[in-house]
Design a protein around this ligand. Structure first.
Ligand code: NAD
Ligand code: DAU
Length: 347
């Protein structure tokens, strides 16, 4: 099989690429990535010389380029992760999200539809999406696959739109697709604009930890390697034209998570207990901030037998270890444009 993975140089994409390259030596994995600020080939140093791996630098907005690579490599499957992924950036530049997340996805759908027209059997377009399309939960309840879409941020609206297009191509053109909607991921290689890696980096540097609003917002956290395992399973065993929710069964209010992170970081850095939590600073809230996300992952659990393999404490520990052992990676990604972004967001 020739498999196209888009966004493979990003956080989740790099874990998916690594897993597929290592687990399936009989497949050839093509990683298509535009290398935006979030794409980083350092994430894949350990697999870049494998015979069954090829990196293709390109933009999913470039339909001609997509046409050329589909013609040349005759892909059997697409796992589509390329996206603008950060909610705060979507608030300052929504059009970037419309372009990549909606138009980029439709470009890919068009090419897959045309190339697979007479040979749909055994082809698969796998669209990776988010639980944010469902909007916000109150104190109770969980998102199921039947929860109506109700996105609140430009990011989640763009992802919701892309999900609708994928489904529509299935209905209208018979494109064989599958979609998964996953909760918040964390783990190695996470770009330090998102809560956990940003706070790890700030603790290392003794910088304030900017908690939005009252810190009582709730997210359901999943270790990234468990998400990659779920993607592997759905790609191979999921049913066509189905959606599966993926989550960690692991809800945390931001402030409790931040306090746990501070405690673990104090231990790892041999600092007195309570040192890092002094950095906690409550700042202006994110506009349109969703109160609570929590996934009901019983469908993927019952139908495909997936469940997370690590506890949050184990995953967080591995994550912290990775950042402390990869400070060069952190230095590379926080130099240059990152400083400008950071100053605009937090000063
Ligand atoms: P990321 O921002 O770390 O990586 C995105 C990758 O896409 C980068 O390598 C970037 O260079 C590439 N990219 C961006 N625009 C592109 C374009 N126009 N053409 C080609 N490549 C482009 O994102 P992530 O956190 O790894 O998320 C990956 C996917 O998973 C996204 O679709 C996101 O919506 C979804 N998702 C993320 C999470 C999470 O918690 N991070 C949870 C659920 C779903
Ligand atoms: O739920 C899945 C989604 O999770 C993915 O689709 C997104 O791509 C991913 O970025 C993530 O979105 P969130 O907005 O939930 O993640 P983020 O890490 O930005 O924020 C997590 C929580 O922490 C949220 O309630 C906002 C809060 N926060 C975040 C930052 C960056 C802070 O309090 N301070 C911060 O500086």
């Amino acid at each position: 099989m020739n498999i196209l993975i888009t966004g493979g140089a990003g956080f989740i994409g790099s874990h998916v690429v690594r897993r597929f390259v290592k687990e399936y030596p009989g497949y050839h994995i093509y990683n298509l990535d535009a290398l935006t600020y979030a794409g980083n080939l350092e994430n894949l140093r350990d697999v870049e010389h494998q015979d069954n791996y090829t990196f293709l630098k390109g933009d999913i907005l470039d339909a001609k380029f997509l046409e050329e690579i589909f013609e040349k490599y005759q892909f059997d499957g697409v796992i589509h992760l390329a996206a603008e992924s950060h909610v705060d950036r979507s608030i300052s530049d929504p059009l970037a999200f419309v372009r990549t997340n909606i138009i980029g996805t439709v470009n890919l759908l068009n090419i897959a539809r045309d190339h697979w027209k007479d040979k749909k059997a055994n082809k698969r377009f796998y669209h990776i999406s988010t639980d944010e399309v469902y909007g916000s939960l109150g104190e109770d309840g969980l998102f199921t696959e039947k929860t109506p879409y109700d996105p609140n941020s430009p990011y989640s609206a763009s992802k919701a739109s892309s999900d609708h297009f994928v489904r529509a191509y299935g209905e209208t053109y018979g494109l064989p697709y599958v979609i998964t909607n996953c909760s918040n991921n964390y783990g190695p290689n996470h770009f330090p604009e998102k809560l956990i890696p940003l706070f790890i980096n700030n603790i290392i540097e003794n910088k304030p930890l900017p908690v939005y609003g009252d810190g009582k917002y709730t997210r359901d956290w999943l270790f990234v390697k468990d998400h990659a395992a779920a993607i592997d399973l759905v790609f191979h065993k999921g049913k066509n034209h189905e959606t599966y929710n993926i989550g960690g069964f692991n809800e945390w209010q931001n402030i409790d998570l931040v306090k746990l992170l501070c405690k673990l970081m104090d231990q790892k850095l041999n600092r007195n207990e309570g040192t890092s939590s002094k950095l906690i600073t409550y700042v202006k809230d994110r506009p349109g901030h969703d109160l609570r996300y929590a996934i009901d992952a019983s469908k993927i659990n019952k139908e495909l037998g997936w469940s997370p393999s690590v506890t949050f404490e184990q995953g967080l520990e591995q994550t912290i270890e990775w950042y402390l052992n990869n400070q060069e990676w952190l230095e590379h990604v926080t130099s240059g444009d990152y400083q400008e972004y950071y100053d605009q967001m937090y000063k």
